[in-house]
Design a protein around this ligand. Structure first.
Ligand code: HEC
Length: 159
């Protein structure tokens, strides 16, 4: 019994020694994280941590989305380009090269009687649509000015 108690005490001392050793070892190995790294990690986590709050949060993103949806699209076709050729090629040529629906082809003979109406009427007809031609050639995002430059380009192009 005496020997047994001695073994228990020795074991207890051994356990304490290991405990203090491990604490000492921990203190020598532990280095506080540099603040820069801590900051960098916070920034990496920010979108997750910032959900539905702050300027970059989901709430702000939704608000911006709603505002964009509420505003009518005011952007003119082709970024508002006033390049008659570009507009003609992208919005008008499909019909006016093939003659679809009786569209006058880009040769002078097809425009006899039309050009005589004058530029204003031609532009007005192109804006409002005429016969089988839909208003603005079907591109409602073309502005009046864009129709005007494309009609001018078409007329200039005739020989
Ligand atoms: C869907 C086919 C189609 C597209 C696209 C189209 N046109 Fe036309 N266009 C026509 C047809 C068909 C006519 C002949 C209409 C008639 O006189 O009955 C016509 C006629 C015209 C005329 C003559 C109008 C008149 O008073 O005689 C002009 C000018 C014109 N188009 C300009 C344009 C311009 C500019 C565009 C592009 C923005 C365009 N068109 C796109 C089909 C089209």
């Amino acid at each position: 019994m005496k020997r047994f108690s001695l073994v228990i005490v020795l074991l207890a001392i051994f356990a304490l020694v290991i405990l203090f050793l491990s604490i000492a070892l921990h203190n020598t190995l532990y280095r506080p994280e540099p603040p820069a790294r801590e900051l960098a990690r916070e920034q990496r986590l920010a979108p997750v941590g910032g959900v539905f709050a702050g300027e970059t949060g989901r709430a702000a993103a939704l608000a911006a989305q709603a505002a964009a949806a509420a505003e009518p699209a005011v952007t003119a076709a082709f970024d508002g380009s006033l390049d008659g050729q570009l507009i003609y090629e992208r919005a008008c040529a499909s019909c006016h090269i093939s003659g679809a629906g009786g569209a006058p082809l880009m040769v002078a003979s097809e425009w006899v009687g039309r050009i005589e109406q004058g530029m204003d009427t031609l532009v007005a007809n192109a804006i409002n649509g005429i016969g089988a031609m839909p208003p603005r050639g079907g591109r409602m995002d073309l502005t009046d000015e864009q129709i005007e430059v494309s009609v001018a380009f078409m007329i200039d192009m005739l020989d």
